[in-house]
Design a protein around this ligand. Sequence first.
Ligand SMILES: [Zn+2]
Length: 124
Amino acid sequence: MSHDETPAPTRALGRAIMRGFIGRCPACGQGPVIRGYISPVAACSACGEALARYQTADFAPYIVTFFIGLVFTPLTFVLSLDEALGDWALYLTVGAALLTAILLLPRTKGAAIGLLWALDIPNT
Ligand SMILES: [Zn+2]
């Protein structure tokens, strides 16, 4: 056995998803996985892992939309039943939903890249 061979990184699913969620490379946890707001990097700047192979397409927006709908639709419905609350409650809820979506989207994109990396499902 040669000492020059680097063992393949273990692809633990939960760890890779969490590293992606916090914006880090799913392989090493050091380099960024996203540049700008939501653009995935081609390769990790720390370990060189080729991340461009894992394209998530619209998976992250679907997850965010599902989560926002799951949380804020019942909340909006319940708040609309209380006539004592003014329109401000609806505006506040919609604003909170938008803010949550904006904050979740890049994190979910990173998590999706981590998921594809852990399952080793390249797009090319
Ligand atoms: Zn890396």
